[in-house]
Design a protein around this ligand. Structure first.
Ligand SMILES: *[C@@H]1O[C@H](CO)[C@@H](O)[C@H](O)[C@H]1NC(C)=O
Ligand SMILES: *[C@@H]1O[C@H](CO)[C@@H](O)[C@H](O)[C@H]1NC(C)=O
Ligand SMILES: *[C@@H]1O[C@H](CO)[C@@H](O)[C@H](O)[C@H]1NC(C)=O
Ligand SMILES: [Cu+2]
Length: 349
């Protein structure tokens, strides 16, 4: 069996498309699970009421790019509207954000902000005014997004203990920098959830609109992560000094335990959706040690997948790796036929 893709379509897609990735599927606030927003909810009637802000334009798990930094889409994602319900958390308590499977290739910082609101029902993205409560960039050679993956695709923050009680929108974000060496290549994946903070202090940090956070040429936004980085400037406003300075992400042995609990068989192909248009396919193989990303429109026949993988590598991969990848992808290609968005290939060592 051979599976082929069309060269022109692939190369065109490469030039213009950047692959999209995940969203926050749910949160655990003070030990209680709350479902997040899923773009498929827009087709339910009525849509479920969840803590997450909606993103009807996020069916492809898309991202906000630097050309949108001055629009309210950067606040809580494209055309986001407030969630219908809220989580409850005590000041000083923890909120864990659970992401859909995040790809290794999408390295970058993880940031969390809060904005106080009066009533959730009347909150709009344009009106939110945020302060930063958590940030992590590139520490000891490890990107925050890599730590997030090792923690079962989750990130935990502490709600500052001195914060005034009330209703807050928690804005959590991964910025993927795999294409950020070119201007407008960074990919922001913000997501917002509603939390009612109890047992609190009186602090009311100064805050600003998300449209002030970033510019396309910030050193932490326009950055080539494939060069030998020694330091990385986390973008956005300074961390609020009332924020907890503790590291909530566990130590390395805790991360290893969380990671091994994620079931990934050595040659499994996992599609994030079974539709004809799929946002992402993850392939893992214990046989190879390098990693690559393919972003393409796969239409029909002409160039082998093996070539496609090699030609689109973020980092060069071996022929053996490409062959293994091609074999592993074959069943999904035959099932799905057309992959309209992208394929993420992760080859674990
Ligand atoms: C937001 O919604 C409007 C109206 O439906 C649409 O024209 C616009 O493209 C959407 N914005 C994004 C970023 O998708
Ligand atoms: C990691 O944290 C766990 C739980 O707090 C603790 O039991 C364990 O000893 C720690 N391991 C290391 C290597 O620090
Ligand atoms: C990993 O996260 C998922 C939700 O994204 C959760 O259902 C699962 O229980 C978590 N596994 C572990 C070992 O924490
Ligand atoms: Cu992606």
């Amino acid at each position: 069996m051979s599976f082929k893709i069309q060269a022109a379509a692939l190369l065109g897609a490469l030039a213009s498309t950047a692959s999209a990735h995940g969203h926050i599927s749910g949160i655990i606030a003070d030990g209680t699970y709350y479902q997040g927003y899923d773009p498929s909810m827009q087709y339910q009637s009525p849509p479920p009421s969840v803590v997450g802000w909606s993103c009807p334009e996020c069916l492809d798990n898309s991202f906000v790019d630097p050309t949108m930094y001055t629009t309210s889409d950067i606040a809580c994602h494209k055309n986001a509207t407030v969630g219908g319900t809220s989580a409850s958390v005590a000041a000083g308590g923890k909120v864990e954000f659970q992401w859909t499977t995040w790809p290794d290739s999408h390295k970058g910082p993880v940031l969390t902000y809060m904005a106080k609101v009066d009533e959730f029902a009347s909150a709009t993205a344009a009106d939110l005014s945020f302060f930063k409560i958590d940030e992590s960039g590139y520490t000891d050679g490890t990107w925050a997004a890599t730590t997030l993956i090792a923690n079962n695709n989750s990130w935990t923050v502490t709600i500052p203990s001195t914060l005034a009680a009330g209703n807050y929108v928690l804005r959590h974000e991964i910025i993927a920098l795999h294409s950020a060496g070119q201007e407008d290549g960074a990919q922001n994946y913000p997501g917002c959830v509603n939390v009612a903070v109890t047992n609190a202090g009186a602090a009311a940090p100064s805050s600003e609109s998300a449209t002030k956070f970033y510019t396309p040429t910030d050193p932490g936004i326009l950055v080539n992560i494939y060069s030998d980085l020694t330091t990385y400037d986390i973008p956005g406003p300074a961390l609020w000094d009332g924020a907890s300075s503790g590291d909530d992400q566990g130590n390395s042995s805790e991360r290893a335990a969380a990671s091994s609990a994620v079931v990934v068989s050595s040659t499994a192909v996992v599609a994030s959706s079974a539709a004809t248009s799929i946002a992402a396919v993850e392939v893992t193989s214990s046989a190879v040690a390098s990693m690559s990303v393919v972003t393409s429109t796969i239409i029909s026949t002409s160039v082998s997948l093996e070539q496609a993988v090699q030609s689109t590598s973020a980092t060069p991969i071996t022929t053996a790796a490409a062959a293994a990848t091609s074999d592993a992808l074959a069943p999904i290609i035959s099932q799905v036929g057309t992959i309209t968005h992208g394929i993420h290939i992760r080859l674990a060592s």
